[in-house]
Design a protein around this ligand. Structure first.
Ligand code: GLU
Length: 544
């Protein structure tokens, strides 16, 4: 077979050879240790946590080493494409503080290794495909869907390995004349790789996270170009990551199964393989089982979830770093003031047995992050979130001084309160400071009669110029007058002697004021709400 002739028959329109592209995209001039990484999301409109997870790894590897981090849009499967998906992705990445040096942008792209959208790279793939045909490593396959299905049935019946290989590869040895006739008749075909692999052979492939892997040689004549001339993921990955100079391919472990094809392509083309970093699946504990996060069952798989809940990007980063690197938490303890970007991230410290995702842990980290912020910064964050997700609350926040007074409650001292988890929860938590949102959420600890007694006396005694001690002395006075023990222990010992303890008295006032049995410092709340509003709440609670 004259492979050059075949290549011309299949790709008459392809003028540039691979050398042309090698020169167009020269090796990058970077320091020796610099890493070039990328993410390659498909524009499906669904941005998931895995995208951010892999983006953080790529971003850190590149930017810790003066390298390059870029965005490639993997849009070869247009059935999955959703309009506006690239914008959604870029907005999400930007919102989480992930910045690209090169790649697709909303209205185009930046960088010299583009195009960065795969559908715009058709000619490049076909140039490499043409080369493979010339080398005898690729051939057209006219098998129809029905033929392939029939083949599969036979393979199932014979308990044989699936796929297009050996005796099953019907089009592999077709002669030139037959191919020419069918191409000229306009019959659709795909382009397949002509594998020389032997399934008995295993080759070592380095993985930065998993160490050296032993990979079975690929023996399948897999598809390089689909019938519309668009590449499969396998072919596009190899061509793009070679020409774009990717040094580290960070991607999910679901690609391990097809890794043999990828290394075979790199080797056949005489290109240096990148260092693979196959990341573990995101898992969660669900009851007694550990399972993969699922799009259907777990809203937290969508990145949008974290924005809607109002998690700070910093908290999500810190959280993901704890999942990614086993030494992050210790580093955080040792360097409480340092920015997380100073953490020396490394692929060696990554787990390869499933990354356990735990919302509770994220909540705890998030509490710490918000706790360390000034009231002003919290205000800005909260307002930004509310303007998008709760405009009614955003309007309440317009009184900035009041909001700051509220946010400053419990802030100072050695043990500042950690009440706020994320902006959505914060809106809920802070709602009682606003009459429009205030409601009694918890039960009163006392019955209506006792409650009235406590609260009416409280109204008589309360003086808004009191300090905290003087105020507390009056709460104690009510206890003594109405026979509540000043120490809960005393009441517990002799319950028949008292009506209750100071806990019942102060919580009666607390529920009246905040609607909850648990709240920040009661006197500070009272001071912040002011006399008029406080009195109104106490009076209202006496009537309920
Ligand atoms: N488009 C692929 C995906 O979404 C990218 C895999 C890769 O990074 O190579 O899974």
């Amino acid at each position: 077979m004259d492979y050059n002739r075949l290549a011309e028959l299949l790709f008459p329109h392809i003028q540039h050879d691979p050398q042309y592209y090698e020169e167009l995209f020269p090796r990058r001039e970077l320091p020796a240790e610099a890493k070039v990484t990328r993410i390659g999301p498909s524009p499906t409109g669904f941005v998931h946590l895995g995208n951010l997870y892999n983006a953080i790894i790529g971003e850190r590897l590149a930017h810790q080493s003066q390298g390059v981090f870029f965005l490639r849009i993997e849009d070869t499967d247009n059935k999955r494409e959703v309009p506006g998906a690239v914008e959604t992705l870029l907005a999400a990445m930007d919102g989480f503080g992930v910045h690209f040096d090169e790649g697709a942008t909303i209205d185009g792209e930046t960088g010299s290794y583009g195009p960065y959208r795969q559908r715009q790279r058709k000619e490049i793939y076909q140039s490499i495909a043409k080369k493979l045909v010339q080398m005898g490593y690729a051939y057209p396959c006219f098998c129809t869907e029905d033929q392939l299905n029939a083949m599969r049935e036979q393979q199932i019946a014979g308990k044989l390995n699936f796929g297009y290989y050996g005796q099953w590869a019907a089009c592999r040895d077709m002669d030139y004349e037959s191919i020419e006739a069918r191409v000229q008749a306009g019959e659709p075909y795909v382009l397949r790789f002509r594998s020389q692999g032997d399934p008995e052979n295993f080759l070592p492939v380095m993985d930065a996270i998993r160490g050296e892997l032993s990979v079975q040689e690929n023996y399948q004549d897999f598809v390089l170009l689909k019938s519309d001339g668009i590449p499969t993921y396998h072919f596009a990955h190899v061509v793009d990551d070679h020409l774009m100079g990717t040094t580290h391919v960070v991607r999910g472990e679901e690609w391990l199964a097809t890794l043999p094809m990828h290394v075979q392509l790199f080797d056949t083309l005489g290109w240096q393989r990148p260092l693979y970093c196959h990341t573990a699946q995101l898992m969660k504990i669900d009851g007694d089982v550990k399972r993969k996060l699922s799009k259907r069952k777990d809203p937290e798989l969508a990145l949008e979830y974290y924005q809607a809940e109002g998690y700070l990007p910093d908290a999500v980063w810190e959280y993901l770093l704890t999942v990614l690197n086993s030494n992050y938490e210790q580093w955080r303890i040792d360097n409480p003031e340092a920015h997380y970007m100073e953490f020396p991230f490394s692929t060696e410290k990554m787990s390869n047995s499933g990354a356990l995702f735990d919302l509770e842990k994220l909540e705890n980290i998030s509490k710490d992050v918000i706790c360390a912020m000034s009231a002003e910064a919290i205000y800005e964050g909260l307002l930004g979130w509310a303007e998008r997700y709760d405009t009614e609350f955003a309007a309440l926040l317009a009184d900035r001084d009041y909001a700051l007074a509220v946010l400053n409650i419990g802030k100072g001292g050695d043990r500042p309160r950690k009440d706020l988890v994320n902006w959505k929860q914060a809106v809920d938590f802070l709602s009682f400071y606003y009459d429009q949102r205030f409601r009694i959420e918890d039960e009163f600890p006392t019955d209506l009669e006792a409650r009235k007694e406590i609260l009416s006396r409280y109204l008589e005694l309360i003086d808004f110029s009191d300090d905290n001690d003087a105020w507390f002395a009056k709460v104690k006075q009510i206890c003594e007058e109405q026979n509540y023990a000043l120490q809960p222990k005393k009441y517990k010992k002799n319950p028949e002697l008292y009506r209750g303890s100071i806990v019942e008295v102060s919580n009666t006032i607390r529920v009246a004021m905040s609607g909850r049995q648990n709240s920040p410092d009661l006197w500070q709340i009272t001071q912040t709400l002011g006399e008029e509003r406080s009195r109104a709440r106490i009076r209202a609670a006496m009537e309920a």
